[in-house]
Design a protein around this ligand. Structure first.
Ligand SMILES: Nc1ncnc2c1ncn2[C@@H]1O[C@H](COP(=O)(O)OP(=O)(O)OP(=O)(O)O)[C@@H](O)[C@H]1O
Ligand SMILES: [Mg+2]
Length: 278
């Protein structure tokens, strides 16, 4: 590997917006197209991303799959500090995070970091290390509120919210270090595929906000059982054969694969050809 890993961070201070689900599906897309992928889970309480991957590892062993049949990432744990002194705790977490990143950075093409749905020092460290930040959000003004303050009476955006400010701060720091600009992508998750997106007011406001605070809006994932049903086996829709029989299951399978392919190609990741998704 000539260059260090491109760091992809899944972040949104709104809990349950789809960060871990998206992290897992992006991992599968990148790994199945032959890339070496690293993984760090900064949600030290729920650990959904790593729980998903642990299930995958068990499934892999049980069925004696090869690395090619069921690729795994290089995983590194980062423990939260339990020191009561905040400065000491932050110093410990900085050291742990830096050590984990360094162990992966030079030997992978991509490093995927999943963040908790709350503000934490580890989450801020993750965002500061990002080349690409992906923020999944549901089509709801509650989720929108984490990105921008909105005046419902005048129907206008007043300004960025705390989370947007935090991403902006990371962007500023990168610019000062003369690193390439941070790419921030907001994707819709769990949307209803039967609603005309263009006529939906959250979508409209999101497009306005993207121009104002500088993120790109990517096509996201519809609400589909296939995004959650394979968790216990640690699999994704990219790892399984096309279901035969039930036409609606087949349609959902194909649509989910298309959505993942579209999202990953929209990320414009260095060295990634979306045609390679197996
Ligand atoms: N597109 C989708 N279709 C159906 N279910 C989904 C979809 N995306 C996520 N889910 C489900 O929604 C729930 C929340 O998703 P997930 O755990 O990925 O969110 P999160 O942002 O990581 O949450 P947290 O902030 O708690 O870490 C899970 O039950 C997950 O299986
Ligand atoms: Mg999560």
């Amino acid at each position: 590997m000539a260059s260090p890993a491109h760091v992809i961070v899944l972040g949104n201070e709104k809990g349950g917006s789809g960060k871990s689900t998206t992290a897992m599906h992006i991992f599968a897309a990148l790994a199945r197209s032959g890339h070496k992928v690293g993984a760090i889970d900064l949600d030290t309480r729920q650990k959904s991303f790593f729980r998903y991957l642990e299930n995958r590892s068990i499934h892999k062993q049980k069925h004696s799959y090869t690395d090619q049949e069921l690729p795994m990432p290089l995983m590194r744990e980062v423990q939260a500090s339990d020191n009561v002194d905040r400065d000491v705790a932050e110093q410990e977490e900085l050291e742990r995070f830096t050590a984990a990143v360094q162990e992966i950075y030079g030997s992978c093409d991509f490093l995927i970091i999943d963040c908790p749905g709350t503000d934490s020092y580890l989450s801020r460290l993750g965002h500061a290390a990002a080349d690409t930040v992906i923020t999944p959000m549901n089509d709801s003004y509650i989720d929108f509120d984490l990105l921008a303050k909105y005046d419902p009476y005048n129907e206008e955006i007043i300004g960025p919210s705390i989370y947007a400010d935090m991403v902006w701060e990371c962007r500023k720091l990168r610019a000062e270090s003369e690193l390439p600009p941070l790419d921030w992508i907001v994707m819709r998750n769990r949307y209803n595929p039967n609603i005309d997106r263009a006529k939906f007011s959250v979508s409209e406001q999101l497009t306005k906000l993207s121009q104002r605070i500088g993120f790109r809006v990517a096509p996201g994932f519809a609400e589909r059982m296939i995004y959650r049903d394979l968790f216990l086996a640690g699999l994704t829709v990219l790892d399984i054969e096309t279901p035969d029989g039930d036409p609606s299951a087949r349609e959902a399978y194909l649509a989910a694969r298309r959505e993942i392919g579209d999202l990953v190609s929209q990320l414009r990741l260095p060295g990634f050809e979306s045609d390679n998704i197996a």
